[in-house]
Ligand binder design. Sequence first.
Ligand SMILES: *Cc1c(COP(=O)(O)O)cnc(C)c1O
Length: 232
Amino acid sequence: MSRADEVRTGLEQVRRRIAAACTAAGRDPDEVSLVVVTKFFPAADVRILADLGVTDVGENRHQEAEAKAAECADLGLVWHFIGGLQSNKAAAVARYAHVVESVDRPKLVGPLSRGATEAGHEVEVLLQVSLDPPGAVNRSGAAPDSLADLADAVAAADGLRLRGLMAVAPLGEDPATAFARLARVRSEFLQVHPEATALSAGMSGDLEHAIAHGATHVRVGSAVLGPRPAVK
Ligand SMILES: *Cc1c(COP(=O)(O)O)cnc(C)c1O
C-alpha cells in the first residue's frame, strides 16, 4: 500500500468516526472541523493530506512547525499551533500560525500580538484550559478561574482574535467525565464571551466523547497518519 493510500484509509476512518459521533450526539457534522496533527510526520504527508481535502493541520513544536509551514506554504492550509508555548518563541509562532490553541497565561499575549501585527495577519486564539485537578504536577493549561483575565488580555490585544477554548483530557481519567467538566467551564465562558464559540477537544482515542460534549474542533494525529516515530 502506498503512503497516500494508507493516509487516505486513515482519513476516511476518522471522518466516519466524526460523522457517527455527530449523529449519536444529534449534531450537524458541519459543526465539527478536523485538524490533522502532523507533528513528527514529514512535509510530504502534509501534501498528501492537502490533496485529500484536509484544510487544517496542527503542530506542537515551534522549530518543526515553522519549517513545515514554510515548506508547505503553497498549499494554503490553516496552521494550528497546539503545543506548549515559550514566551520567547511566541512572536515567531504568531508569524506562521493562523490559530494558536495553547494560550494559557497572560505573558504570551504581548509577544503573540507583536508577531501577528508584524506578519500583517490576525491570529485566532484559543485559551487552553486545564482539566487536571488543582495542584497536579505538569499541569498544562490555565486554571478555569483564571480564564476571565486571560480572555480580557487577548480580547484587548491588536492582531489577536479570541475564538474559544482548548483542552486535553487528563491521563488516567475517563475522558467523558473530563469533557463533561469542560462543557460546564465553556458554558460559563460563553456567557461572558458569546462570540468565542470554538471548542478544540478530542484526539485519536477520545474524539467521540469530545463531540458528545460540544467540541467544534478535534485534533487527530495517529488515527489518520499511524503511529508517530518515537523520537526525532
Ligand atoms: C499530539 C497531539 C494530538 C494528537 O494526538 P493523537 O492521539 O495522535 O490523535 C492532539 N492534541 C495535542 C495537544 C497533541 O499534542
